[in-house]
Write a protein that binds this ligand. Structure first.
Ligand code: TYD
Length: 214
């Protein structure tokens, strides 16, 4: 299938929202459909951004200030956008990112009580104004997310160690973001079975693809 331009799609949600499973389902379908796509995760995706990721998620970095954390997330993203996302979109690729600037607004802005307007300006600066075409926000209660996290086998990182109150504030932030950006953000009820959630997602995704097909 040939597209007349690139498409930038982001996945968002609190830890334990099940977005990783949805990404697996979507990328499996994209492979089957032989669509040109690029899957990224934030923070990360370039050598510099992966180095920043290590600093950000290292459990030993207990002394990191909220300001340092914010700037590091923004720095990792600035590099990713310039080095990978912009060129891929210019080459008419479907770029899918596991997290993008809404994570910073929700986690650092709402979760850590930092100035949301400032963070949105910083996000714009870091991405040079690049906005996703579509954002899937997987909404789940903190209780349900924590239940899912308990069954996880991966090691917990520095941000996973945050409190339940932090998660509540972050979720409330995401809900605000979804409300303020109804044209871009699609809220998906993530407390259902993965196959059911995926049906919703795929429908919206296919519509987005149809809008850029040659
Ligand atoms: P990761 O292991 O990638 O988590 P997940 O699978 O949940 O995406 O770790 C990324 C962590 O960093 C996650 O807890 C969310 C957090 N984060 C922020 O706090 N701000 C940000 O801008 C981004 C991109 C992530």
């Amino acid at each position: 299938m040939v597209l007349n331009r690139g498409l930038f799609i982001t996945f968002e949600g609190i830890d334990g929202s099940g977005k990783t499973r949805q990404l697996e389902l979507l990328t499996a379908d994209l492979k089957k459909a032989d669509l040109k796509y690029l899957l990224l995760r934030e923070p990360g995706g370039t050598s510099i951004s992966e180095q920043i990721r290590k600093i950000l998620l290292d459990r030993k970095n207990t002394e990191m200030s909220a300001e340092t954390e914010l700037l590091l997330f923004a720095a990792a993203r600035a590099q990713l956008v310039k080095q990978i996302v912009e060129p891929a979109l210019a080459a008419k690729t479907i770029v899918i990112s596991d997290r993008f600037f809404d994570s910073t607004t929700a986690y650092q802005g709402y979760g850590r009580n930092m100035n949301v307007d400032f963070i949105q300006n910083l996000n714009d600066f870091a991405t040079q104004g690049l906005q996703p075409d579509l954002t899937f926000y997987f909404d789940i209660s903190v209780e349900a997310a924590l239940n899912r996290l308990q069954n996880r086998t991966e090691k917990t990182d520095r941000i996973d160690l945050e409190s339940q109150i932090f998660m509540e504030k972050t979720r409330a932030g995401y809900l605000q973001i979804a409300e303020r950006n109804p044209d871009r953000v699609i809220l998906i009820d993530a407390e259902r079975a993965p196959e059911e959630i995926y049906k919703d997602l795929k429908l919206q995704f296919d519509q987005a693809i149809d809008s850029v097909k040659c």
